[in-house]
Design a protein. Structure first.
Length: 151
């Protein structure tokens, strides 16, 4: 299951403008997922970093890497980013919870902007139980607002 879930996540990443996946791996010793992306579009960088940090609290380290690929122009080689994120080990053959939440946010974003059709939107949210998570998020938001109003 984890392999197909990862492929779905990679497919979603590829739908973002200017995003190319160059490499992916998991360090067995430290349980750190390392994803090497080339991101040429600043809006895509902003969206993906927001989903990781502000929404899902995934530790992210992004840095520029000027090593060029054979097919890169000088300008493109300067836009390569290495994106490292930390997550827990795979359990029960599924990707970590944080990575699923990241995927749900990508599905919502891509669906809202019309990049995913409704069938794919529903299928992917069902895959990661996104409908349940969305409901829990709304309940937490309401509780936070009530608490703020009571203070």
């Amino acid at each position: 299951m984890a392999t197909s879930e990862l492929e779905e996540i990679f497919n979603l990443l590829r739908l973002y403008e200017g995003v190319a996946i160059e490499d992916w791996g998991i360090s067995s010793e430290k349980e750190i997922g390392v994803l090497h992306l080339r991101i040429l579009e600043p809006k895509s960088i902003t969206r993906l970093l927001y989903f990781c940090t502000a929404v899902n609290n995934i530790d992210v380290n992004v840095y520029a890497e000027s090593r060029s690929m054979d097919t890169d122009s000088m300008e493109d080689s300067l836009k390569r980013l290495v994106w490292t994120f930390v997550f827990r080990e795979f359990k029960d053959g599924r990707v970590p919870k944080e990575l699923r939440y990241f995927a749900i946010r990508m599905v919502w974003d891509l669906g809202k902007r019309g990049i995913l059709n409704e069938t794919e939107y529903v299928r992917l949210l069902a895959l990661w139980k996104g409908f349940n998570w969305m409901k829990e998020e709304r309940l937490r938001d309401k509780a936070s607002k009530r608490n703020a109003d009571n203070q």
